[in-house]
Write a protein that binds this ligand. Structure first.
Ligand SMILES: Nc1ncnc2c1ncn2[C@@H]1O[C@H](COP(=O)(O)OP(=O)(O)OP(=O)(O)O)[C@@H](O)[C@H]1O
Length: 273
């Protein structure tokens, strides 16, 4: 469990990126921070692994204040995946993935073995191990980024808009891969995005934020869609655009669900959750 207790971050220059933020992030679930640009999502994420230090307040992992842990060791024990993958251009794929195992004192051989194993986990062909990042597609680079984040087998994986820079088809593929990975690996994932659809697809817990990391609503996707906290959240999640206001339409083949513009969104079936 990760916990923010009354956390504030003021940057030199005066921006209050995060103002008195409280949140409990349950273990073995995916929590998504979603909100518009500059609302403090990245700052929140980076305070978990001490890439950013809070001005006041406490961040705890399993009831231990992260400030009491040596920053470098803490950072290496937590996976971090960033936008544009953040790969080192002069390292091969295998070397990039094996960076943290090497930093942790592992042999070159062990790091490579781990890298090859992880390439399989994230759906990359092993023949790519000796390529450089520039010789991969954007989607493949992101997979390498995810593999690198997993290399030290962390309990916590922080992901900062990891799929922001790829086209919608590859993005959908990577999202499905992450859902599969999460079922298999069972990590505590904290994911940042500005895309509410991505948040609802991936999140067990979704945290909708406004400027200063103000919590507008925290809940499961179902809770938020069924009862948006206010007009702003309703507009943000798209109910106003009619996107999530579905109604039943009878067709020759049975009932389907259509949106406000009459576009079919799905088929109505009996039973289920
Ligand atoms: N190192 C820094 N120094 C000064 N101000 C900063 C620094 N990092 C972030 N900020 C400011 O803090 C606020 C929150 O930034 P943050 O990157 O956390 O937002 P974000 O929600 O992740 O935005 P985006 O979606 O655009 O990445 C912004 O106003 C930003 O300009």
């Amino acid at each position: 469990m990760i916990e923010f207790r009354d956390v504030t971050k003021r940057f030199p220059g005066g921006t209050t990126a995060v103002d008195g933020f409280d949140l409990v992030i349950p273990s073995h679930k995916t929590t998504v921070f979603v909100g518009s640009s500059g609302c403090g999502k990245t700052t929140l994420l980076r305070m978990i692994n001490r890439m950013v230090e809070p001005t006041s307040g406490t961040v705890l992992i399993d009831d231990e204040d992260v400030a009491s842990r040596p920053a470098v060791a803490l950072r290496r024990s937590i996976g971090y995946v960033m936008q544009n993958s953040g790969l080192l251009p002069h390292f091969t794929v295998a070397e990039n993935i094996g960076t943290v195992p090497r930093l942790n004192g592992g042999t070159r051989r062990a790091a490579r073995a781990r890298a090859l194993e992880l390439m399989e986990v994230v759906g990359l062909d092993r023949t790519m191990a000796d390529r450089y990042p520039s010789q991969l597609s954007g989607g493949q680079q992101q997979r390498v980024g995810v593999a690198r984040g997993l290399a030290a087998d962390p309990n916590i994986l922080l992901m900062d808009e990891p799929f922001g820079a790829v086209d919608p088809i590859v993005r959908a593929e990577l999202q499905q891969e992450l859902l599969r990975l999460q079922r298999e690996l069972d990590k505590t994932v904290v994911f940042v995005t500005h895309d509410i659809d991505e948040a609802f697809l991936l999140g067990d817990q979704v945290v909708i934020l406004a400027a200063g990391a103000k919590r507008l609503q925290v809940g499961s996707p179902s809770e938020i869609i069924e009862a948006p906290a206010d007009e702003f959240v309703a507009a943000f999640i798209g109910t106003e655009r009619g996107k999530r206001e579905l109604r039943v339409k009878q067709t020759a083949n049975g009932p389907v669900l259509v949106d406000a513009e009459g576009r079919t969104q799905g088929v109505l079936v009996e039973g289920g959750a």
